[in-house]
Design a protein around this ligand. Structure first.
Ligand code: PGA
Length: 246
């Protein structure tokens, strides 16, 4: 049982159409119940559904984020992209930046840093993803990889109060495998130790589901979860939150 204020962020990735919005009724109902009075629910749907989600969540406390943004603060000839101001303008409050599925498509730490700075200027809260590959873990490079991602990604970011770090080991994303509790505790502690003053909140992401949440919630330095696959199913997402608090 935890009494901590926790963040539950649903990352829908490239999933969903207009009829998926109806599956959110259960989550809306749940968000109004006492069971979730100590936590925050945030949905990050694909761009195409942000407007519909905002309408749907109008009278409840569920927040909305996007899954990426362009680094340019002004409009420009960037076919297929949207920037942080456009996201803020339609009502998003959060944005995921640095997800490994985008790092995989040539997003490097420097570009991620530009994106983070533009998002903060637009007054978005940033869910900044970091994590090592399996090969890096095997070579015991986890800490040096995370250090670099944090150092470059947050370069010249003075005020970190709107940053959330999501530790997502790449080998745990979508694989059903989660790190050992003692390793996760240690890594989250290491991430927090990188900040002299107050550390940003640190979330865990990678195969979180209604079964493994019972162990994950015991890791007391985790401030919440970034949930991919399981969040696409309302019942599973609610179960994860419920089990965190039961
Ligand atoms: P997963 O994805 O929960 O499906 O592993 C997490 C993420 O990529 O954010």
């Amino acid at each position: 049982m935890t009494n901590k204020y926790m963040y539950f962020i649903a990352n829908w990735k490239m999933y969903g159409n207009l009829s998926s919005v109806n599956t959110l009724n259960k989550v809306i109902e749940f968000s109004k119940s006492k069971e979730i009075n100590k936590g925050r629910l945030i949905y990050c749907p694909p761009y195409t559904l942000i407007g519909s989600f905002l309408k749907k969540f109008k009278n409840c406390q569920i927040d909305i984020g996007a899954q990426n943004c362009h680094e340019s603060e002004s409009y420009g000839p960037y076919t297929g992209f949207v920037n942080s101001y456009m996201l803020k303008n339609i009502g998003a409050n959060y944005v995921i930046i640095g997800h490994s599925e985008n790092r995989d498509k040539d997003e490097n730490n420097k570009l991620i840093n530009l994106k983070i700075k533009s998002a903060l200027k637009a007054k978005l809260k940033v869910i900044f993803c970091i994590g090592e590959t399996l090969a890096e873990k095997r070579k015991k490079k986890t800490q040096s990889i995370l250090s670099k991602q944090i150092k470059v990604g947050l370069d010249k970011v003075k005020n970190k109060s709107n940053i959330f770090i999501a530790y997502e080991p790449i080998w745990a994303i979508g694989t059903g495998i989660v790190p050992k509790s003692k390793d996760l505790l240690k890594t989250i502690k290491f991430i927090k130790s990188k900040f002299k003053d107050k550390s940003p909140k640190v979330l865990y992401g990678g195969s979180v589901n209604p079964q493994n949440i019972k162990n994950l919630k015991k890791i007391n330095n985790i401030d919440g979860f970034l949930i991919g696959g399981a969040s696409q199913n309302a019942k599973k997402f609610i179960d994860i939150v419920k089990k965190t608090y039961s």
